[in-house]
Design a protein around this ligand. Sequence first.
Ligand code: AHM
Ligand code: MG
Length: 336
Amino acid sequence: MVDMSMTLTRFIMERQELHSEATGEFSMLLAQIGMAAKMVSNQIRRAGLVDILGVTGDTNVQGETVKKLDEYANNVFLDVMEYSKLVCEIVSEEIEGVARLSRSCKGRKYSLLVDPLDGSSNIDINGAVGTIFSIHHRHDETLDLIPDEDLLQKGSEQVAAGYVMYGPSTILVYTTGEGVHGFTLDPGVGEFVLSHENIQMPAQGKTYAINIGNRSQWHHSIRQYVDYLCEADPESERPYSLRYVGALVADFHRILLEGGIYMYPGDREKSDGKLRLLYECAPLAMLAEQAGGNASSGTESILEIQPTDIHQRSPLFIGSREDVSLAEKFIREETR
Ligand code: AHM
Ligand code: MG
């Protein structure tokens, strides 16, 4: 039974009390992310009723068509962060450079990296979409202006990471390196309530998620691995079932709760795959590892990749520990 009084805010405050050095800034930042998520969630619920479906006519920094909800969600995160004065820098999928929210940033501790609306191709069909976020420490809090390079931190340096899934219900899942916790939005009272405490992922799953339409471009090892998952062998609980929502947050949420593997590999056409390292792969990798799972580019841990560009892409294999390590083995054998 869910304790309706354990809201996200109360949970964050109680955790903060365990850290005597905490100033409350970080707790406020998480609470503001929750606030932005509620605003986005509210708009998504009304998407068929207000003029928010479809495209803006622009393309973003990735060369992709910008949907109206992409732009709305991006503006919500920028506005909430600017108003609350908790972060000075934002890296967003929708913005080419580092967005600087203020000129006087001395003493600010954190930067935010965000994919405001992940899985936007699902918007117009009333499918699940999400927000992914990552919080970095500013290396030098005494500076007003930190160099762009400061945002190029390895995933292992993240202070916190999480996502919001806008599905049949809206759920916010986050980690600060002390377990993974999920909060479901109670639309009646407008509060996120603790519904999934200390999520742990099974060591092996029964489902895999990959865009099989790209098969002709895959490297041999990926074809072999997927064929292996589809073979019948009751002893190793195969065949696996295919589940692909086409929204990373929703595909990952299933795997976080039930185990299995999500893959967006590099292929002959796109050697680094599609997903962005800093605000898609790395935050989900931190959640996966905190839940007992794993995340890999196929050849190295996602959390150990040193980024060289804020919008850089990486192949992603994420999910149950044993499933990810078997995918890595197939890839190793091909490159040997
Ligand atoms: P987006 O952030 O522009 O929405 O793109 C990322 C999305 C992921 O949510 C999803 O897993 C993937 O792209 C789907 O890509 P594809 O349509 O190639 O399968
Ligand atoms: Mg995305």
